[in-house]
Write a protein that binds this ligand. Structure first.
Ligand SMILES: [Zn+2]
Length: 178
């Protein structure tokens, strides 16, 4: 895969580019992460702030506690960050263009994990479209989310052109591919 890690919100107004190694990838099962993401747990990749470029709009931040702020797209509301230090930023894993390329290092607050989580992948499976009508409707669906790639006409948030920067990611550093 490309060494460069990119991502953004679902409407594309906020995009990011990572130009250095990830510090760690964490799943957090605490109640605050559940509530902030609207999902069953928080999944975040932490990166040094100096290795993170925002492109286009910046996330709007909500101070969720005395310790941290959580960023989201001001236009579409996609949860994007957990920020507890000026030196670091944790970015929501699902916001990456290639989340499948990132693997978790550890989990937090596992005792609070949703009780259904462990059996999620062994549930009876149903197809997304289980009737011909549903298959037609699904086939005609238009996806209005921003694609999982960089926009052609890149809007620079800070005027810095890092296309010549040597990007690295953690899988390169550790030799892992998944
Ligand atoms: Zn957005």
């Amino acid at each position: 895969m490309s060494a460069r890690l990119t991502g953004g919100c679902q409407c594309g107004a906020v995009r990011f580019r990572i130009k250095g190694p990830l510090i760690k990838v964490v799943a957090c099962h605490c109640r605050m992460c559940q509530k902030a993401t609207g999902g069953l747990f928080g999944a975040y990749a932490a990166v040094a702030s100096e290795h993170l470029d925002w492109i286009g709009e910046r996330p709007t931040r909500f101070r969720s506690s005395s310790a941290a702020e959580r960023g989201f797209c001001p236009r579409c509301g996609t949860p994007l960050t957990f920020e507890w230090s000026p030196e670091r930023c944790a970015i929501a894993l699902g916001a990456f263009d290639t989340p499948e390329a990132l693997s978790f290092d550890h989990a937090l607050e596992v005792a609070n994990a949703h009780p259904g989580l462990a059996s999620l992948l062994s549930l009876p499976e149903k197809p997304l479209a289980d009737t011909p009508e549903a298959a037609r409707a699904y086939g005609a669906l238009q996806n209005f989310q921003h694609p999982d790639k960089e926009p052609d006409d890149e809007r620079r948030g800070d005027g810095h052109d890092d296309r010549q920067d040597k990007s690295q990611n953690k899988s390169q550093e550790t030799g892992r591919t998944q």
